[in-house]
Design a protein around this ligand. Sequence first.
Ligand code: BV8
Length: 231
Amino acid sequence: MNIVVLTGAGISAESGLGTFRDVDGLWTKYDLNDVATPEGFARNPELVQDFYNRRRANARRAKPNAAHEALARLEAADGVSLSLVTQNVDDLHEQAGSCNVIHMHGQLARALCGACAHRWDAGEMMAVSDPCPACGRPATRPDVVWFGEMPYHMDRIFALLLAADLFVSIGTSGSVYPAAGFVAEARCSGVETLELNLEPSENHHVFDGGRYGPASEVVPLWVADVLGGAG
Ligand code: BV8
């Protein structure tokens, strides 16, 4: 059974990492145009580096929850081919044991050179003045996809979606594209679609089904059903 799972900030909420659009979400404290766009970085790189340094420090302290662990079990199960696509830039899926995680919006743990596009493992704190290990220029930025930038691995993701038997969206508000459009793509190709979220998302009506509640409860129950109670 080919399953494609898309996760968003909601799966990491119970691990203590903030979401974006919930009551005390990140976008209620920062204007996304200031900290998650190339224009914002050009205007005030120190603000953006500080925003990501704080999130990197948070993410280092966070631990995977039962939802991350259930997906790692699903990936390891016989008879299931799981493709895990995440919008999240934390590494909680990897910490829980997932191996083939597709980070379509990049990763906090990685650095990117804005001058030569070299990528390397980021340190705890990042500054614009950090020289690129490859070209030496002070053009260091977080290796994350900002608004207006092309998400990573899109061709591979669409190929996986069209070949899936089931598409499951977990912990995302369905407000950011192209990720929010995956369910419609899957549906057009006759793929069964399911939403697992705290509450119905903006595009819940597009899904064939939905189960609602905290991911740490809903995801392990769903995985147990898929694995026939062995999950
Ligand atoms: C693109 C960066 C095109 C890393 C993020 C004008 C110009 C250009 C593009 C656009 C434009 N206007 C619109 C667009 C498209 C734009 C977009 O969609 N904008 C929106 C605002 C309308 N998209 C883009 O720009 C994308 N790129 O289109 O490129 C292009 C084409 C050709 C050439 C070049 C470019 C890029 C989008 C990526 C932006 N980067 N993050 C970082 O800082 O983290 S987006 C950020 O928000 C996240 O990465 C995530 O993807 C996104 C959505 O967040 P969610 O994960 O869904 O979190 P949210 O808080 O919203 O929701 C949480 C959910 O969890 C809720 O539903 C809640 O109920 C639930 N929940 C909470 N607790 C729990 C829970 N569920 C379960 N259990 C719980 N305990």
